[in-house]
Design a protein around this ligand. Structure first.
Ligand SMILES: Cc1cc2nc3c(=O)[nH]c(=O)nc-3n(C[C@H](O)[C@H](O)[C@H](O)COP(=O)(O)OP(=O)(O)OC[C@H]3O[C@@H](n4cnc5c(N)ncnc54)[C@H](O)[C@@H]3O)c2cc1C
Length: 432
């Protein structure tokens, strides 16, 4: 690409401003790097703000009492949300007895603006879509973004792919894989935010499932699922629900568009169905998505793969750079009930640095749901608490590499310790 005045050089470029991208950008900046954080949406937050996924999972173990498994950048985000009155938790859910926090999307947008602004050295570029990458054999040279003006290059010594779709790895021609080894992906779901339901109304899954079944018996169509997560937001009292499942190819705009059109029909049908319940008569749809929530798309093929046996066995290897604490939670297809498997002792497992380093491109790191994992391991490591942690680790590793310092496991762990990340459950967190 010919240089233009809008091209710029950084130490680290992070593609994607979701949980993983925030962890990576702040972690890299705190390690001394000049960072570009590229996000196509008009705000940061990823699935939480773009797709209405407003329950943070993976920050705590499922033990009684729960233990903190993710601190560092993730804990800063929780603290900032708390200060804005935009979070309730940790709380244990009724049916699955898992530990989550409920968050308000507007509070999250502001909290993330402030955290990235306050970290120093992060150039946040919203409304910029990664459209290409320039590589020199096995080294990524630049990420090429597109806005309403033209293309512009973000050059750097190291890159973090936190795009959820592994767009950067794909455009850089690094090795990627769609879904698990057989090309299967978990289904997506369009979130619904519903108003008009008083706080004392029964919003249990059982009550809603009954209403959906009754509506189907009366001839209603289109609703794929009877039961899914239904929860009330802490501040607004709005109800969120994950019911409208779809199967589609997240890489293909036509496929995603068709899924979203169909899912919006589903959302209206669900609201119509629940209006039959006591206290739900005035229920109305505040918002869907806005974008459908994609659980799984491409993964970066890394130097190592996180495997389900180690995740379920809650093993913490010596090369751990992040902890995962969420059970294995698989969504096998539209309308098919989710499958849960608990971790041994309701503990946590370690995620090795090599699962975040591209197998083919020496200066490319993976963070969040693009990490390399088999189906069971992915079904746990994909959640947002863990994405903050893998992002933090990838950002620190990228910054060390960019600075010419060693990005080996010992150096990355030492820097993560300095930045209050948790690498072992025995460790006392600095906050939370
Ligand atoms: C329906 C659903 C329910 C879920 N429930 C939960 C839950 O309750 N709790 C939980 O913790 N997790 C949940 N998850 C999982 C979780 O939301 C994701 O796995 C997590 O958000 C992954 O974080 P990430 O930062 O890797 O990716 P994302 O949050 O997907 O962020 C990726 C970011 O990259 C940006 N991006 C992508 N491509 C480009 C490009 N080419 N150029 C510029 N920007 C780009 C996107 O706009 C996005 O902001 C759920 C997921 C879904 C879909």
């Amino acid at each position: 690409m010919g240089r233009t005045g809008r091209d710029k050089r950084y130490d680290v470029v992070v593609c994607g401003g979701g949980a993983a991208g925030i962890g990576a950008a702040v972690g890299a900046a705190r390690s001394g790097a000049r960072v570009a954080l590229l996000e196509q949406a008009p705000f940061l937050g990823g699935a939480a703000t773009r797709s209405g996924v407003l329950t943070y999972c993976g920050f705590w173990t499922q033990a009684e009492p729960p233990q903190v498994a993710v601190a560092g950048v993730g804990a800063e985000v929780l603290d900032a949300l708390d200060r804005l009155g935009g979070m309730s938790g940790p709380i244990r859910t009724e049916r699955t007895h898992v530990v989550i926090a409920l968050i308000e999307p507007e509070a999250l947008k502001l909290a993330l603006d402030r955290i990235c602004g306050g970290a120093g050295g992060i150039d946040v570029i919203l409304h910029g879509r990664l459209a290409a990458a320039e590589t020199d054999r096995t080294t990524v040279r630049s990420a090429v973004a597109l806005d309403h003006e033209d293309m512009f290059a973000l050059e750097a010594a190291a890159f973090v792919d936190a795009s959820g779709e592994a767009d950067l790895a794909h455009f850089a021609r690094a090795a990627t894989r769609y879904g698990d080894v057989d090309g299967r992906v978990q289904n997506g779901t369009l979130a619904m935010r519903i108003g008009g339901i008083p706080r004392d109304a029964d919003i249990s899954r059982v009550a809603w499932a009954g209403a959906v079944r009754d509506a189907k018996a009366r001839g209603a169509e289109r609703m794929t699922k009877e039961q899914g997560l239904v929860a009330r937001l802490p501040h607004s009292g709005e109800v969120i629900a994950f019911l409208a499942d779809e199967a589609y190819d997240a890489r293909d705009a036509r496929s995603v568009s068709a899924a979203e059109r169909h899912a919006r029909e589903q959302a209206w049908a669900y609201v119509e169905a629940i209006r039959a319940l006591p206290g739900h008569e005035r229920a109305y749809l505040i918002a869907t998505g806005p974008a459908i929530g994609t659980r799984e798309s491409r993964h970066v093929v890394a130097r190592a793969q996180l495997n389900g046996a180690d995740v379920l066995g809650a093993r913490i290897p010596p090369d751990t750079v992040a902890l995962g604490a969420w059970p294995v939670e698989t969504h096998p297809g539209p309308g098919v009930p989710s499958i849960w498997k608990r971790l041994r002792g309701d503990g946590a497992y370690g995620i090795a640095l090599d699962t975040l380093v591209s197998a083919t491109h020496r200066n490319l790191f993976a963070a969040g749901r693009v990490l390399d994992a088999d189906a069971d391991a992915f079904a746990s490591a994909r959640v947002m608490g863990t994405a903050f942690a893998t992002g933090h680790a990838a950002g620190v590793a990228a910054a060390l590499l960019a600075d010419g310092r060693s990005a080996d496991v010992a150096a990355v762990r030492a820097e993560l310790h300095r930045q209050n990340a948790i690498l072992d459950l025995e460790q006392e967190p600095a906050s939370r």
